[in-house]
Design a protein around this ligand. Structure first.
Ligand code: NAD
Ligand code: IPM
Ligand code: MN
Length: 347
């Protein structure tokens, strides 16, 4: 397995070094091993060389790698995140990763959030009308194509069925934003009609957020547009216990190519202090292994993570006193014990 690793900025680098330690151990037990190549794209390169996503990289990623593992971007020296948009949105759009799966494990149930990842308000269509240097009018267009919403919806509904889900909620705002909202409703209803056994409901995003916080067990699966999904998934992260815990997979529905990244950002407020929780990044490794059908080793890592997060070695954001590397040590210690136990039971 060949993984392109893009640590990025701030705690992105810290949580990805934890993931690389774990991947090195897992590579020992996976047929053919795991090769990780690290790419230095991020704020330093942008500032030194004015390069975000280097020319030709999409081709290299498509042809020479099976998946991407990414940390996060964001640097106070680049206040508008221009480099992060160039790299991250460039990867999502350029590799056509229109499905962003963001699971929200909860006590007494769990929620699967699917966010469209390439269009909507993120298409970069718009501009400003200035008088002098001062913007008087600012426009960001929200664009959706039927083709993308259909491909997204077909993948998500099939994936929810595969996960044994009975209910799915479309989160939209068609009362105020009727054109794209109406397209989403039309595609949702048509695709649901083709998939008996999945019960669909539709909720306005404002009321949905209200209900989600009061009683997340109302929901099993959520499909939604790009910006709503961004916001809803941070609420989901709060419900599961913190942004440091949340993982995501961005998938091309046709090729299956995947980019795995934690939901959080570069967290400049804690970067360099050792307080970054690598759990979300390590859960990305779990999602990646599952994506490649390596269910057993994925489950072994998942249970090592669940056990370790209940110890004092957990990071302060989830109530522990550990550091990024102490928590990773704790995970590796449990993972090693389980992997050698599993090997012993084979021999
Ligand atoms: P953030 O997710 O970086 O941080 C929000 C809060 O959560 C902070 O208090 C932070 O300390 C905490 N937090 C986040 N991840 C944590 C972890 N793993 N362990 C412990 N605490 C954690 O969001 P922000 O502060 O709004 O953004 C910072 C920068 O990151 C900005 O430049 C933003 O644009 C960028 N960003 C990038 C991505 C990405 O690359 N995928 C995602 C979100 C934000
Ligand atoms: C995320 C982030 C990104 C997004 C930003 C950094 C562009 O918030 O991955 O959730 O909005 O998609
Ligand atoms: Mn976000």
């Amino acid at each position: 397995m060949r993984i392109a690793v893009i640590p990025g900025d701030g705690i992105g680098q810290e949580v990805i070094s934890a993931a690389l330690r774990v991947l090195a151990r897992i590579g020992d037990v996976v047929d053919g091993g795991i090769r990780c190549d690290v790419f230095d794209w991020g704020a330093d390169k942008w500032l030194a060389e004015s390069v975000g996503l280097p020319e030709g990289s999409l081709e290299v990623l498509r042809h020479e790698y099976d998946a991407i593992l990414l940390g996060a971007f964001g640097d106070p020296r680049i206040p508008d995140m221009a480099h992060g948009r160039d790299i991250l949105l460039g990867l999502r759009r350029g590799l056509d990763l229109c499905v962003n799966y963001r699971p929200v494990p909860l006590q007494g149930g769990s929620l699967d959030v699917y966010r469209e990842n390439t269009q909507g308000l993120y298409v970069g269509v718009g501009g400003t009308v200035c008088v002098g240097n001062t913007a008087q009018v600012a426009i960001d267009e929200c664009v959706y194509t039927r083709d993308t919403v259909e491909r997204f919806m077909q993948y998500c509904l099939a994936d929810l069925r595969r996960r044994g889900r009975a209910r799915v909620t479309l989160v939209h705002k068609s009362n105020a934003v009727p054109n794209t909202g109406g397209l989403w409703q039309d595609v949702f209803r048509r695709e649901l009609g083709r998939l008996p056994g999945l019960e669909g409901t539709e909720e306005y995003v404002d009321a949905f957020c209200y209900h989600l916080i009061r009683d997340p067990t109302r929901y099993e699966g959520v499909v939604t547009s790009n910006l709503f999904g961004d916001i809803v998934s941070d609420i989901g992260a709060a419900l599961m216990g913190g942004l440091g815990l949340a993982a995501s997979a961005s998938i091309n529905p046709e090729t299956g190519f995947g980019l795995f990244e934690p939901v959080h950002g570069s967290a400049p407020d804690i970067a360099g202090t050792g307080a970054a929780n690598p759990y979300g990044a390590l859960m990305c490794v779990v999602l990646l292994l599952r994506h490649f059908g390596l269910e057993t080793v994925a489950n072994t890592l998942h249970s090592s993570l669940s056990e370790a997060v209940g110890t004092r070695a957990a990071t302060p954001d989830v109530g522990g006193t550990g550091t990024t590397s102490a928590f990773t040590d704790e995970v590796l210690c449990r993972l090693n014990a389980k992997l050698s136990g599993e090997l012993m039971s084979i021999h």
